[in-house]
Design a protein around this ligand. Sequence first.
Ligand code: PHE
Length: 347
Amino acid sequence: MPLQEELEILRKEVKNYLQEIARGEALSQYEFSILGRKGKFTELAKKIAQAPAEEKPAIGKQINELKHELEEKFQVKKQEFHAQTTDADMIDVSLPGAFQQYGHLHLVTRAIEEIERIFVPLGFSRMSYNEIEWDYYAFEALNMPRWHPARDEWETFFISEDVVGPKGRVLLTPHTSSGQVREMQKRSAKGQGVRMINIAKCYRRQSDISHVPMFHQFEGLAVDRSVTMRELIGTVEYFVKNFFGKKRKVRLRPYHFRFTEPSFEIDVTCGICNAKGCQYCKDGWSEIAGAGMVHPNVLKAGGYDPKKYTGFAFGFGVERSYMMKNNLNIGDLRLLYSNDIRFLEQF
Ligand code: PHE
């Protein structure tokens, strides 16, 4: 092909490129393939040698002119492009890479998983019940009639004053014990006993270093023909040794709950001060649970004959138990829900 023709083709190509490079990104690519050392201009220039002698000067001149024109336009485009580029678009490849932060499950979620792992091998099935519940299951079926003052201890959030159904008012579960009678009714109808663990959210009007309005409890309930207090104590001790460590001590203090008889509160030696006594525990012991043998009226509400069946129940605070773990040193329960990353990332 005559050189002049090739030059015309290149001229057209250059025109097209110039339109395309208006977008900017392709600049360096065209600079390389057209103007570069192995680009089209160099190729064409090499061919001048083969052209007839009389044509050489004219064609050489044209090639040079086109090349300069193109170079100039490239420069203009480049400057425009750089003027549009902000600092944020620039990548400094010598900087260290962006650090990926790893998260982890919340401490309470971890505690719940650990609790479940301890009880399931003992034959307790993990169950869940409504968080919005009838008064009946939270209180009445647990031997606390509507007029009973013991209800006050549960500082309950009621959903609405006006909605009163056949099972009373609607509330946010103030304790996991509200699952007891629901489970018993389900099981007794099938002629079965109960062995369940219910780990769930609870709500009470309270807030200080050992109380928050939304917290978690885990409830254990066993009902059968020969469930004894010995089994209750054994189960609680098994949990304490597995969750807190072999060296920790447990004590049962006589207490009163309407739904258990006899009733206890359960204390462990404080894990914050190592049982020396601190702002959190005061005397070296920390209360973490309530427990007892299921009251005959509650068994009846659950559909069991109290002459044939016995049961035990316990309810632990999840956050309180977690805080009592060795070496954790969380002195204020509210920290667990402050969502302060500086606190959470330490665990
Ligand atoms: N529900 C009780 C509370 O919230 C704890 C408890 C559970 C006590 C089971 C006895 C039996 O304080």
